[in-house]
Design a protein around this ligand. Sequence first.
Ligand code: TXA
Ligand code: MG
Length: 338
Amino acid sequence: MNKINTKLMDVPDEVSLKYCADIIKRGGTVAFPTETVYGLGADGLNSSAVEKIFIAKGRPNDNPLILHIHDISVLDKYVKEVPKTLTVLSRLYMPGPLTVVLKKRSIVPDSVTANLDTVAIRVPDNEIALKLIEYSDTAIAAPSANISGKPSPTMFEHVVADMSGKVDAIINGGKCRIGVESTVLDLTSDRPVILRPGGVPYDSLKLVIKDLETAYALNTDTPKSPGMKYKHYAPKADMVIVKGETHKVLEAVNKMSGDDYGVLCCKETFDRYNTHNKLCAGSINNPSEIASNIFECLRLFDMMRIKKIYCEYFDTKDIGEAVMNRLLKAASQNVIEV
Ligand code: TXA
Ligand code: MG
């Protein structure tokens, strides 16, 4: 792939957002912040622009992309039917960390949907993202802005590390508020199905969707969403999740010797691990804090050249379910019970 001269937009003001919108209109690629993770965007109605996303990421072509729109009012342009459930859902979570899968109209190119007859759509809850989409006057197709397989980017620096020389521009929007990707909800089956846990927790969706189903289980890896079957979120180090009562986890990990292993833990246990190579993701009582730091921690271990990561099994309530889903994948489902 030819090296691209990537513009780094450090100040996301009107002038630079309009400049980036122009890049999108001309079929280029722009990485931008959302409330979940950074996205790598291109004009979702332009197949050759969409193709550039797959090349920049090294992403398999059979993994479909999410179309980002700036307002739910334009949904009709891209999908055939809008189910009743969406009326409530869109009021609550659009904008927000919810992606819905619906029957697509022919205006959406097959390159976006990997030849499926459905399309995933979301309205991001981030001013920069919304303005970029609006000024681009299209729907922006965007996966997470990481090299395929690596941890998702939650900071400008992560995107610069992965995408410099591969995209036309990267917009700095600081640290992403939520830190894990959107919940993907399929509304095309008889009953609504969560394909990927994410920013909107199961319990919140269950309140408004009585017959809600899930197509994943934390400890198994049966892929339903096309993207779920690939190696994902993985740091360079081997990773193991250590599950059990706190004192047993501490005892097992503290028995390890050598300098090249690291520990990913919560604030409450941080001081009780012997190694210096430890990172705290947040308080065990605050799943949102852990979510917002988790991908950053995985990338920090890469920078520390850690060879093996022992990671605590965090609480799976609320957004904790999405966090453990990502960590289990990063660890290739490698769990030690102690
Ligand atoms: O928070 C997010 O969702 C971020 C930000 C940038 O919006 N985006 C993101 O995109 O995580 P990506 O490409 O990394 O993940 C999209 C997921 C994949 O698992 C993909 O397989 C699934 O959505 N997906 C996309 N279109 C689909 C479809 N038509 N049917 C089923 N799953 C679909
Ligand atoms: Mg991704």
